[in-house]
Design a protein around this ligand. Structure first.
Ligand SMILES: NC(=O)c1ccc[n+]([C@@H]2O[C@H](COP(=O)([O-])OP(=O)(O)OC[C@H]3O[C@@H](n4cnc5c(N)ncnc54)[C@H](OP(=O)(O)O)[C@@H]3O)[C@@H](O)[C@H]2O)c1
Length: 332
């Protein structure tokens, strides 16, 4: 007999009269999308994309209604796929949740076996969701940089949007992996936080001179960028020969005004990071690398809030106005 109750709580996003409306609803398992693996949800998280989706500030959902939450981790309660057994702990992140499928802001979540990742041995579901899509993107960036021969000896890695979810976890993972980091932030008052999670140098964005020369002084071994625009251009122009710069986000700008000098005179590599487009087997490999080789040491400092489904709406605005620090965990 199924252990799933007739009705359970979720946070659902709908469209009414062209406006996005979201909030708590009671649903039954028949109301949510089909999928081979059903989870009793333990944790989810809030990413910038979740705030865009739930408020309508960005067009994320491709159909309505959908349960929010791009991340989920929980225990398998039903499975039609022999690779997943009842009691297994599973993660789904960056796999269409809250975009084309119902997401993790729900007491029960049904996912396709294509989206399901076995939780690596060394982490629990809470740590997995403290990392979440934001931390996975940071881990993927470090993974790709290491594959492309980035070494600590090449110099500090600059991390932009440093106090955000991706930025904070990137700093911690880089420091765990033996890299020095330089954090770039707009938040002057958060030096103590940034040092506590492992950064060595801090630059305040508003006080920086971002020149316009085709090449600037080569001062960074590489970079992880969450901001885009002129700042990413400056990072590329300030990176040492053969350094790698991973482009993850567009918090300021989707444009990239650059020139070819960093690439052809210094052999700088611009690495694209998209956590959704990877095949599942590659995602599993990156999760294992995160758990075994770059597990954030200061995750308890980086998780600045743990909230319930009921408390979700009040958190979204902080993401939209860029005032959020670290990661927000959702206990379901
Ligand atoms: N490619 C992928 O697979 C992937 C995965 C996850 C996230 N992302 C993207 O990565 C970015 C960061 O995500 P997140 O979850 O870390 O978001 P977040 O927690 O909201 O952090 C973004 C940070 O960027 C900085 N920032 C915000 N607005 C800015 C502006 N106008 N100019 C300069 N800096 C600004 C702020 O840091 P400071 O105040 O410290 O400067 C902010 O905390 C987002 O664009 C997100 O969509 C991409």
């Amino acid at each position: 007999m199924s252990s799933i109750p007739n009705q359970f709580t979720c946070f659902r996003i709908n469209q009414k009269d062209e406006k996005i409306v979201s909030g708590l609803e009671m649903v039954s398992i028949e109301d949510i999308n089909p999928g081979e693996v059903t989870l009793k949800t333990e944790y989810s998280s809030i990413n910038y994309k979740d705030a865009l989706a739930a408020t309508g500030a960005g067009k994320i959902l491709r159909k309505f209604p959908l349960i929010g939450g791009v991340d989920v981790a929980g225990e398998v309660v039903e499975s039609e796929d022999p690779r997943f057994s009842i009691g297994d702990k599973v993660i789904a992140a960056c796999s269409g949740l809250s975009e084309t499928n119902d997401g993790g802001y729900s007491e029960y979540t049904r996912i396709s076996s294509e989206a399901a990742i076995q939780l690596p041995d060394k982490i629990d579901t809470k740590t997995a969701m403290a990392i979440g899509t934001a931390g996975f993107a940071a881990g993927l960036a470090v993974f790709k940089m290491k594959l492309n021969m980035q070494t600590p000896e090449m110099g500090p890695i600059v991390v932009t949007g440093a106090t955000g979810g991706v930025g904070s976890i990137a700093i911690d993972m880089l420091s765990t992996s033996g890299f020095e980091t330089t954090a770039i932030t707009r938040k002057k008052t958060h030096d103590e936080y940034l040092r506590s999670i492992g950064t060595t140098n801090i630059l305040c964005l508003e006080e920086m001179e971002i020149g316009e020369r085709p090449l600037e002084k080569a001062q960074f071994g590489g970079g992880i960028d969450n901001v885009g625009g002129d700042l990413l251009s400056w990072v590329l122009r300030s990176t040492v020969p053969e350094g790698n710069v991973a482009s993850i986000g567009l918090a300021a700008d989707f444009k990239l005004p650059t020139n070819v000098m960093p690439f052809i005179l210094r052999g700088v590599n611009l690495l694209g990071v998209n956590s959704t487009t990877l095949p599942n087997s590659f995602k599993q490999e990156v999760w294992e690398d995160i758990a075994n080789n770059m597990l954030p040491k200061k995750i308890e400092d980086i998780v600045t809030k743990e909230v319930s489904l009921k408390e979700l709406p009040e958190q979204f605005q902080a993401f939209l106005d860029g005032s959020i620090v670290g990661r927000v965990l959702v206990k379901v």
